[in-house]
Design a protein around this ligand. Sequence first.
Ligand code: FES
Length: 127
Amino acid sequence: MEKDTDIYPPSIMSLAKNAKYSGRMNAPDSAAIIKGPCGDEIEFYLCIKDGLIEDIKFYTEQGCTATIICAETTARLAHKKTIDEALGISPQLVKNILKELPADHSHCTILAVSTLYRAIADYLLKD
Ligand code: FES
């Protein structure tokens, strides 16, 4: 069986090993969970103050390493951004940053960004 280190180069593997935004949040302002067709699930939690994403966490119970890498990258991009700026984050942007992400994991970028969008929508619909 192939090991993660055989699949992912160190440059992106380090994002999974040092995922500083991984975890759940007790009292977020908004949250979302999406299960992708592959079976992986991502949760996003947001703390938003004056339109700014003050804190962000993601959690994946059974997500593969690529899912963690994509969610971590999405969280890094969104942290301390305005809602409008966060809505400018696209799967293509995440893919451009993760140049060495294996092509068969491109859909992980879509799942990560879609879950972020849904968490933002959860916040906007509460207002
Ligand atoms: Fe499906 Fe990553 S393997 S979201």
